[in-house]
Design a protein around this ligand. Sequence first.
Ligand code: FAD
Length: 369
Amino acid sequence: MERVDAIVVGAGIAGASAAYALAEHLSVALVEREAIAGYHTTGRSAALYTESYEKGPVQLLTLASSGFLRRPPDGFTTEPLLSPLPVLYVATEEQRATLDRIVTEVAGRTELRLVEGDELATLCPALRTDRIIAGLLEPAAHEIDVHALHQGFLRGARRRGTTVWLDAPVVSIERSGGRWNVQAGERSFTAEAIIDAAGAWADEIATMAGVAPIGLTPMRRTAFTFDPEGYDLSGWPIVVDADERFYFKPEVGQLMGSLAEETPMEPCDVRPEEIDVALAIQRITHATRFQIRTVRRTWAGLRTFAPDRLPVVGAEPAAPGFFWLAGQGGYGIMTSPAMAQLITALVTGHEPTPELAEVRQAVSPARLR
Ligand SMILES: Cc1cc2nc3c(=O)[nH]c(=O)nc-3n(C[C@H](O)[C@H](O)[C@H](O)COP(=O)(O)OP(=O)(O)OC[C@H]3O[C@@H](n4cnc5c(N)ncnc54)[C@H](O)[C@@H]3O)c2cc1C
């Protein structure tokens, strides 16, 4: 049995970032069921960094991640992690009040600007400005290079001495002599701390450890790509319906579209439903001049939420040494640096930075017990 200080379960962005941050202080084993790290939700996101999409504690975690994403530590990556991608929330006449609500909720933490008339068409020439009458622009939003960020965390964790075990499904977790004994594939580990970063399966991992589930719900969200139909996409924002009933964003030579749906599911290797793609196409073509006759690629991912939609980060009150790093919903990439820093402070017993101390109670699993 290999002896380490901490075992991290799941090598998506949550587990990889946690292993990276923890490994600065502790010996860590990172175990992943799949042969490829990032196979599940992490590899299926829209890759957006936005300070207006989420409010309250999640917005604070996003802001607290910004420094790392803008200026990662030396040697972390050779690629810039962020490239500019403004967000444009768009509204029909009936949705105008929703734009006001977004401004109020964002509460001045990031710049949002009202856009109307010709400027809408300049920002996104495909928009039907007879139907879309106003928009809110977040000019400072970005696209995240998720692959570079995720690989940077994994590479950095390895450099700090962490072993990343792929093809290593956790099948049993037992508590004995004040330690957690974990069977992961062919290997066994013993550690004082276990960090549950298993995404949609986080409740399953807790149950295996004899910890009551938190009530996480994985929700399917479908995405697809389509041709730009002659439009030059350079400088386009991501266009998000004010009530989040669809969005589309420029990718390399393509557009990515989504229905932005939330369909509760059991944890699984989720696949897209044709009906969700069809409905998204209907809504996008209603708001734009796109025809969308050909869909290039479709996929779906699970966004996993706690009952109050806030992340679950911290020690399980009923089980010493069991830590949650779960419920990252639709914001787990852009908040990963700050969440990793917070879980590391809580596992190692260090005082979190003041900005993280501010959200500590709000995201603690104790709030749900
Ligand atoms: C369509 C879509 C768009 C999104 N857009 C954005 C966005 O723009 N910005 C943003 O910040 N976020 C976005 N998200 C959300 C983001 O992708 C997630 O919050 C994040 O990827 C969650 O990471 P994770 O590591 O918790 O989960 P995962 O990546 O799913 O990782 C969990 C890992 O745990 C492993 N695991 C499970 N059980 C076991 C076991 N028994 N043993 C070993 N390993 C196990 C799994 O195999 C998996 O690899 C989006 C998500 C979707 C689906």
